[in-house]
Design a protein around this ligand. Structure first.
Ligand code: FES
Ligand code: MG
Length: 574
């Protein structure tokens, strides 16, 4: 157990010196008194609320519940706002700013007089950004997930975030629904605060945080609009105070076993492809040597058992919560998980899920009746992706799991639009549609363009899937035969930069290969003729980003933020 004198905040507040006088008098300027801090841990609440962040709209209120818990347990709350990483409103892509938010939060925590932190996030990139920050900071923290929004609803139809937007957009373009219906869907698909309620990136990432042991049990499944969420927020406030006294630091939680657990949970939920990048980045921040091969190995053995869209047939996160949520899913996984892993409540994962109940075995399937027999993701390698590419076999037409077809290549999104919007473009469902220069540097920021729109020429003939290939990411709510994250990316001269229309591309998901049927000599000749594109940014954050971002297979973290880069950052001199 820690003593008050050992706390970081005591260095700021308790000393009998000029600096501490300044800290105390300025705390008193805010109306606080000695009783607020003396003998108490100061707890940061990183609040990612903003008016451009619909998924965190409730954080303005919810943070008060966290504070209530902190006060109940004898701590002093200190709310510190941070970048909200709004998936919908940040351009060119929220991924460009994940590392910026991670850096920002790490430095906010380091620079302030705080002993522990509750990190509030949930919209896609906010979860990995906050977790990466907390790991690198190194002091006790726990994660409070925003919770999913309620099921979408319009005209008696249940609507799922993202998935149904994509689906009905294709129907709109094919002329099978009216403008009126399209407008109704617009108003009904996101009808409460909270993050996307399919098993998209947000739900996947919060489940991963819980799988890591970084949330209180069950926290990631509670809908944002459910009063259980307020109670969970207060419980997080109470718990973090004890974590500070117990000195329960993240290095004791984020072990290799915890990473395997998080990846296993991700696979079993039918996770978003984005999870691959963020999992690698988080694990590597914790100093764990973790890569695509580790994920693929888990993907080979862990089946998808959460019957949640887009991998599952009909259910959404609200149904998952009513069925028992993540603790029930982890209980079904049983020994597949390392149940001895420590979690933020000070107990093991096994202890936390011992009493979990699965109330609906169609929503949370037993291992004997999975939604999909293998894990959600597969990693492909070959002469087109020496460092790997990712596909979600559960979300695509199985006839594309083994496919060879001629490439149609777009160098940019505007180029791609010309192809997909032309109703007479000469294309067959056997073609492989390729978009390049959409990777971490080329995008820039690796936009979620990877679910390339189905060409109108094919939609009009009734086709709804084809093989698509890019160095982009795709939304976690996307579906279709899309190969993503091709590394190295085309923009820096990866092999994707070298292919031309008509080159034959061969994909074999069962044996995990992705190749272009060209000889090494042909590839070398084309490489010699390739010229690098002009830089995207000549100043500012984008310039720093392009200099330091790593490729997708390394999690797109900045090289200088990884754990192996340089000595640990010293504590600030107060
Ligand atoms: Fe925030 Fe989907 S837009 S989670
Ligand atoms: Mg998304």
């Amino acid at each position: 157990m820690k003593k008050y004198e050992d706390l970081r905040s005591a260095r700021f507040f308790a000393a009998d010196d000029f600096r501490s006088f300044g800290h105390r008098s300025r705390a008193m300027q805010m109306g606080l008194s000695h009783e607020d801090w003396e003998g108490k841990p100061v707890i940061a609440i990183i609040n990612t609320w903003s008016e451009a962040q619909p998924c965190h709209m409730h954080f303005k209120d919810r943070v008060e519940w966290v504070k209530r818990g902190i006060l109940q347990a004898g701590g002093m709350p200190m709310e510190l706002p941070a970048h909200s990483l709004s998936e919908q409103f940040l351009k060119p892509t929220s991924m460009l700013y994940r590392n910026m938010a991670a850096m920002e939060v790490e430095e906010i925590l380091r620079a302030h007089p705080v002993d522990g932190a509750v990190l509030m996030g949930g919209c896609d990139k906010s979860t990995p950004a906050l977790v990466m920050a907390g790991i690198s900071w190194g002091f006790p923290f726990l994660f409070l997930p925003a919770g999913p929004m309620l099921r979408g609803n319009y005209a008696g139809r249940v609507l799922g975030s993202g998935s149904d937007a994509f689906k009905y957009w294709d129907e709109m373009r094919a002329g099978t629904i009216t403008q009126e219906e399209w407008k109704g869907i617009e108003g009904g698909i996101a009808r409460s605060y909270g993050h996307c309620m399919t098993m998209g990136t947000a739900s996947t990432m919060t489940a991963i945080a819980e799988g890591f042991g970084l949330t209180l049990p069950g926290a990631s499944s509670i809908p944002a609009a459910d009063a259980n969420h307020q109670r969970m927020a207060a419980a997080c406030g109470r718990r973090i105070v004890d974590m500070v006294w117990e000195d329960l630091t993240p290095d004791r939680i984020l072990t290799r076993a915890a990473t395997v657990n998080a990846a296993t949970v991700a696979m079993a939920t039918g996770c978003s492809t984005n999870a691959v990048i963020h999992l690698v980045a988080m694990a590597r921040r914790a100093g764990i040597d973790w890569g695509l091969d580790d994920l693929d190995r888990i993907g080979h053995t862990v089946p998808v058992i959460a019957n949640i869209r887009p991998s599952g047939s009909q259910y959404l996160m609200e149904d998952f919560f009513y069925a028992g949520g993540l603790p029930a899913l982890m209980k079904e996984l049983g020994d597949t998980l390392d149940l001895s892993a420590l979690t933020v409540n000070g107990r093991t994962l096994g202890e936390n899920i011992a009493d979990a109940v699965n109330y609906n075995d169609d929503v949370i399937r037993p291992l004997s009746n999975p939604v999909y027999h293998e894990g959600s993701l597969a990693v492909l390698k070959g002469n087109l992706a020496p460092d790997g590419a990712v596909i979600k076999p559960a979300a695509c037409d199985p006839r594309f799991h083994r496919h060879t077809g001629p490439a149609i290549v777009a160098d940019s999104y505007p180029d791609l639009k010309k192809i997909v919007d032309d109703p007479h473009y000469p294309i067959t469902p056997d073609h492989v549609l390729v978009l390049r220069n959409a990777g971490p540097q080329g995008g820039p920021g690796m936009p979620e363009w990877g679910m390339l729109p189905m060409p109108k020429a094919l939609l009009n003939r009734g086709h709804r899937d084809m093989l698509r290939l890019s160095d982009a990411r795709m939304s976690g709510t996307s579906f279709g035969a899309c190969i993503l994250h091709t590394a190295p990316e085309a923009y820096i001269g990866g092999p994707l930069a070298l292919i031309r229309n008509g080159d034959m591309i061969a994909v074999d998901v069962p044996v995990r290969t992705l190749n272009v049927l060209l000889s090494d000599e042909d590839m070398a000749a084309r490489r010699a003729a390739w010229t690098p594109p002009a830089p995207q940014y000549e100043r500012g954050y984008g310039w720093m980003f392009s200099r330091h971002v790593q490729q997708a297979n390394l999690g797109c973290d900045f090289d200088f933020l990884t754990s192996e880069f340089g000595a640990p950052v010293p504590e600030p001199d107060i």
